[in-house]
Design a protein around this ligand. Sequence first.
Ligand SMILES: Cc1cc2nc3c(=O)[nH]c(=O)nc-3n(C[C@H](O)[C@H](O)[C@H](O)COP(=O)(O)OP(=O)(O)OC[C@H]3O[C@@H](n4cnc5c(N)ncnc54)[C@H](O)[C@@H]3O)c2cc1C
Length: 596
Amino acid sequence: MPAYRAPVKDTAFVLQSVVGLERYANLPGFAEATPDVVAAILEAGGKFCEDVLFPLNLSGDIEGGTRHADGSVPTPAGVKSAYDQFCEGGWGTLMADTAWGGQGLPYVVGTAFQEYLQSANMAFAMYPGLSEGAQAAIEVVGSEEQKAKWLPPMVAGRWTGTMNLTEPHCGTDLGLIRTRAAKNADGSYAITGTKIFISAGEHDLADNIVHLVLAKTEGAPDTVKGISLFIVPKLMVDDEGRFGARNAVSCGSIEHKMGIHANATCVMNYDGATGYMLGEEFKGLKAMFIMMNAARLGVGLQGLAQGEIAYQNAVAYAKDRRQGRSLTGVKDAEAKADTILVHPDVRRMLLDGRAFNEGARALILWGALQVDLAKKAATAEERELADDLSSLLTPVIKGYCTDKGLEVAVTSQQVFGGHGYVREWGMEQFVRDARIAQIYEGTNGIQALDLVGRKLAMNGGRGLRAWLAMVREALAGSDDAALGFLKAPLEKALGDLEASTMWLMSNGMGNPDNAAAGATAYMHMMGIVALGHMWLVMAKASREALDAGASDAGFYEAKLITARYYAERFLPDTASLRARLEAGSATMMAMPADAF
Ligand SMILES: Cc1cc2nc3c(=O)[nH]c(=O)nc-3n(C[C@H](O)[C@H](O)[C@H](O)COP(=O)(O)OP(=O)(O)OC[C@H]3O[C@@H](n4cnc5c(N)ncnc54)[C@H](O)[C@@H]3O)c2cc1C
């Protein structure tokens, strides 16, 4: 049976050494996030995930979802009770605004807890996760009446939210959507159309479901410029918050899919359902992107979360499983074989996972801090910088961390040999669950295009310049003698990234196929450098802790070994990625369509 332990000590280390939480104590929400409060959240939150949610992960995967003839979709055994405990414990309100019943804590603190949630039970985590995205959109573009009506019950978890973009014939190209919104006499709209792949579209966890739906109004341009966003509740709600009739929205079927079985993926039919416009007409996609941006960071977190739980189980297995002897001599003469942990190739697999997970945790929490600072930093300049950094790194966090997260899940599964392929060890579930994160919230190919096509040049390249300067500053501020093992390869990797940026500017503008052909390589390169930056910060903090005589020296020594592993085994990859990028698009575009 698989196991899970929330990596509380590691999270606390990142919050202190990378995020520097206490530096922001003067900002709204941060003042309440005292070290004691944060420690209590991590400890108690971790325990809740370990004890309540993790035990349902495998059973929920096996039971999956079913749609009954009346359109209802019950969640697997135990999930409703766990959800009630989740709400009662206030775990869904950590980051929500106090105006709507939330605790108003920093996004970075909530994100730290959410890693545990996503590791322990990703399918469960998606119910509150999507709801938080919907709340974000209502909060930013909703009218005061809409916020007052919909947000308090959603924040409390009594109602949940969904996002409805995808239709059978379009997922990436949303300009093609066919769902229509016809204006009613009372100012509401009648929504008609079919949405597919709607996560948490129907379930039995909450009293109501608030669907956010993209549709085109009558006479709207039949392009992305004609899309508006609508609130469409499952149950109608009057101005006093009382439930009325069932709205004309229903779950037509659920998908039978590769992973996240305990989260229903629904076909949603809108048959003239009553909806209310959210934000301005034709600005629906913009509003939806508000929730997509936060969601993309959350999806990057899913990559890390599945990588982490897979790694933890692989370590436990490698310490227990005995096969063969160490190449450098018997390590355990009492036993007929050594544990597989003695084999360099097994260590390679484990350290690949560890170096990614710890680096990704730092990058994602640093990214979450930028989301906080973009809203709450004291000066306009600081807010602008944080917004630039967050915009630039969001596609990298989503794309790179989910590509690598799956890779870590697969590599960790490999540590189990054939036992990783069978259900009882849980490893194949982590692989199956991790896979979706590369696909939804914009496929990773689209993240790469967003990075190369939009984010690099955004505001005249201001965000990229600021981030590169930040990495260079960290390099300049690190001691050669103590950290040279990491500095030199990071400088080289940064050089590859900068040269690739120049190459894109020279070769991608005239021929956009060149930029698109190298986009994924570029995104991975930036991910590798971004994690390298995080490793430099963590290595420096670890060195300082050791020099100061830290009592838990083993923790910091292991950090430095992992940092060295990252330097030796991850950073050199930028050279081959650069070569791929610079190969351009000519060869791949040369293949005639009918030769495929
Ligand atoms: C389990 C699950 C849950 C989901 N949850 C939700 C949800 O809650 N709400 C929701 O609205 N949707 C949801 N989705 C849908 C998901 O977001 C889409 O599947 C995804 O956006 C891709 O769209 P598509 O499947 O239509 O693929 P397509 O858009 O058809 O893309 C097919 C392939 O072509 C590539 N491609 C497409 N256009 C381009 C381009 N211009 N340049 C380069 N490459 C391109 C893509 O990267 C992809 O590899 C979910 C899907 C799944 C499977």
